[in-house]
Design a binder for this molecule. Structure first.
Ligand code: ZN
Ligand code: ZN
Length: 330
């Protein structure tokens, strides 16, 4: 049998290495999929850069997977060979902890994360838990759908938690923000995009996707916002975003890792402003977004890389050389 190929992280802060491995065999509750496309998320960067403490080394990163069912475990139902599926960050949950039992499986006490605590999609093949992957149908391009699986899903959870307000700020206009800007516009909401100072290209990109305003993250928007989501991993944005939202406004931190938040005066939080983080996703989030995304007409701007160029994709993302999302094509 042909081996599979994977880009493997042996140690944080070292480049991924292309390896051949035997194709894994799914257990009774798993699916073996061939990978058609896998998005590169900022969380992959945090894993590779050692910002997240518990990768299951040696590790295959990648949790924005679009693939095809190749082999089905004995106890799996509802999938057929050849079917296109999506695999997100939440790889499995325990089902019995207080969080799982109360509809908050995103906070599961014993979670498994794709591309972090189990091998992910920077590979030709991947084995996944059948209860944590999603039929994608046949509409749309594999690479353009891949970023939906994390930027879209966790972005969507952040967006929902930001509330129903009509004016929404997005700090960091990367993969997640460029998806949400399109969904928000479709829903008749107004987006204010905040980027690195002087990043004219990102600001122009945001305007091209319908942002009502785009500017530097240390600027105040032309009107106070109902809510803001921070996607950039920069703690200094927290007081800036609190300053930009109106009374009762909410600031949501959508990333898994952020630099320290600087001291700020209580005045910025006063008047019932709220500050919170979003962790992971639930299966309900996934189903909801995967239904809404095609309806909203959201289209991802992607830069395609060969699997062997995963390190290049990571460094382009790290250095902000991308608009939209990077996607590996095995
Ligand atoms: Zn649990
Ligand atoms: Zn991600």
């Amino acid at each position: 049998m042909q081996p599979m190929h994977a880009m493997v992280l042996d140690q944080p802060r070292t480049p991924l290495v292309m390896r051949e491995r035997p194709i894994p065999v799914p257990t009774d509750s798993e699916i073996l999929a061939t990978v058609s496309a896998c998005g590169v998320c900022r969380t992959d960067l945090h894993v590779v850069d050692g910002d997240l403490a518990h990768p299951n080394l040696p590790l295959v990163p990648g949790h924005e997977i679009v693939g095809r069912v190749a082999k089905i475990g004995r106890n799996v139902s509802g999938f057929v060979p050849g079917e296109r599926i999506g695999v997100p960050w939440l790889g499995a949950t325990c089902g019995v902890c207080p969080y799982c039992r109360s509809g908050r499986e995103n906070l599961c006490d014993r979670p498994v994360f794709t591309g972090y605590t189990r091998d992910g999609g920077f590979a030709t093949h991947v084995v996944v838990d059948a209860h944590h992957c999603y039929p994608l149908g046949e509409k749309g391009d594999d690479a353009e759908i891949a970023p939906w699986l994390c930027a879209g899903l966790i972005g969507w959870r952040s967006y929902r938690i930001a509330g129903e307000g009509k004016t929404l700020g997005l700090y960091g206009f990367g993969a997640a923000a460029h998806i949400l800007a399109q969904v928000a516009r479709w829903q008749g909401r107004r987006i204010f995009a905040f980027t690195r100072k002087d990043d004219q290209a990102a600001q122009e990109f945001a305007r091209s996707l319908g942002a009502a305003w785009a500017g530097s993250s240390d600027a105040l928007p032309p009107e106070p916002l109902d809510a803001a989501i921070i996607f950039a991993p920069v703690g200094a944005l927290v007081p800036l975003a609190l300053k930009a939202v109106k009374k009762g406004g909410r600031v949501v931190c959508g990333g898994i890792h952020m630099s320290d938040i600087p001291k700020f005066p209580y005045d910025l939080l006063w008047e019932e402003r709220q500050l919170m983080s979003v962790a992971n996703l639930t299966r309900a989030d996934a189903r909801e977004f995967l239904e809404i995304a095609p309806k909203s007409g959201v289209k991802c701007e992607v830069t395609r890389y060969a699997l062997a160029d995963a390190n290049l994709a990571l460094s382009d993302l790290r250095d902000g050389r991308l608009q939209g999302a990077a996607v590996l094509i095995p």
